[in-house]
Design a protein around this ligand. Structure first.
Ligand code: SF4
Length: 386
């Protein structure tokens, strides 16, 4: 069995090269070919000795994920469904904006946390993704988009680990994948522009602050434990008090001087004026002030199994006003990609349950994708548009 080089951060690739009897610096060349140039064939790597390329051909491969579907929204958002084998699929979403290109990627097939408002949570948990499977989403998207836009410049400037899964419950692969994203010889992303979003796995927040302190987003969604227990089951293990203390500890190592708090607005559940006031009190208590956080209010994207409703816009604005009057930086998330089910909490839109995925996988023709070589094929087949 050959090693998939997408599974290695640069340090791991150096060890691999040494085992092949090569100097460690060869790993840097190889790493650049893979991540900066999107190469998937060793013969493309013209500055590597032929003898090394021959060795690599028998010991290694660069194995991306198969894409089973691609949807392009009217607003330019692109969603890909990747086959990760065994009937499982994960999604990645690219969101273009004027000043940045953000890729939202998945860390697990399904999710064990089971948040009530999240369609992935209703799907159940299948397995953790490997380093290579996490990195492959970025590798594919970056080089596919460069090809699509006809540029050799970097297209993806921001990565958010907000796709399927709780990233901190797949910790070791997550950290190694983050290192590939941050490495100057890889994607060269700044720590401020890579965000891990967690539902509140407190011990792993502390670990991340030591191992790879990137920007942090926390799924808060409630002003008290009674409401949060019903929305984010993990709250019973790590209740709000512990979670906010972990946020304070993380701040000392974070690349930004704030933590983003996500709050999904659910009609009649967590969106009242009293809830907003209680939230202000909670956040003030955490640090005798509110400057340590930014609140991101998220319009809920309803799906039938949730039994929940989106808060009316007027309620969202009234809620936001109370937070802002208290000095809390508050944004209301724009929904993107609604027409292709790529909006927040809809990432499992195509994969509502594992059984359905298996059925669909059987019907769908899998497209074997190398991001560069296969662009033309997708374009010809009419799946690239917009
Ligand atoms: S919101 Fe995140 S942690 Fe909660 S179920 Fe969905 S994917 Fe899992």
């Amino acid at each position: 069995m050959t090693a998939n080089l997408l599974d290695f951060d640069l340090a791991g690739l150096a060890v691999f090269c040494e085992r092949l009897g090569e100097k460690r610096f060869r790993a840097t060349q190889l790493f650049r070919w893979i991540h900066q140039k999107g190469a998937s064939q060793f013969d493309e790597m013209s500055d590597l000795a032929k003898s090394l390329r021959e060795k690599l051909k028998v010991t290694a491969s660069i194995q991306g994920l198969d894409v089973t579907a691609q949807h392009i929204s009217n607003d330019g958002t692109i969603k890909w469904l990747f086959d990760v084998g065994g009937g499982d699929a994960v999604e990645a979403v690219y969101i273009p904006e004027d000043d940045r290109g953000t890729l939202c990627i998945s860390s697990q097939a399904g999710c064990v946390v089971g948040c009530r408002f999240c369609s992935t949570g209703h799907q159940g948990f299948s397995r953790n993704l490997t380093v290579g499977e996490i990195v492959a989403q970025l590798w594919f998207a970056e080089h596919f988009l460069r090809r699509r836009l006809g540029t050799e410049e970097r297209v993806i400037s921001n990565v958010v680990m907000m796709g399927m899964g709780e990233p901190l419950l797949n910790y070791e692969p997550l950290v190694r994948a983050l290192r590939v994203m941050l490495d100057d010889h890889g994607y060269g992303l700044s720590r401020r522009r890579v965000t891990v979003s967690t539902s509140g796995v407190v011990p792993m927040m502390d670990a991340l602050s030591q191992d790879c302190p990137v920007a942090l987003a926390v799924s808060l969604h409630a002003p008290n434990n009674a409401i949060r227990d019903g929305l984010v089951p993990l709250n019973k293990k790590y209740p709000l008090g512990e979670l906010l203390q972990a946020c304070m500890r993380y701040l000392a190592f974070a690349p930004r001087d704030f933590i983003t708090l996500e709050y999904c607005m659910l009609e009649g559940v967590n969106d009242s004026i009293e809830n907003a006031q209680e939230l202000v009190d909670l956040l003030r208590r955490a640090d005798h002030g509110v400057h340590w956080c930014k609140l991101n209010l998220i319009p809920f994207n309803p799906f039938p199994a949730s039994g929940l409703k989106r808060s009316p816009r007027s309620q969202v604005l009234a809620f936001a006003k109370i937070l802002m009057d208290a000095g809390i930086v508050t944004t209301v998330r724009k929904t993107r990609g609604d027409d292709i089910d790529a909006a927040c909490g809809q990432l499992a839109g195509d994969v509502q349950d594992i059984t359905d995925v298996q059925k669909r996988m059987g019907r769908r023709r899998t497209i074997k994708l190398n991001p560069v070589l296969e662009f033309d094929r997708l374009a010809t087949e009419g799946t690239v548009h917009g």
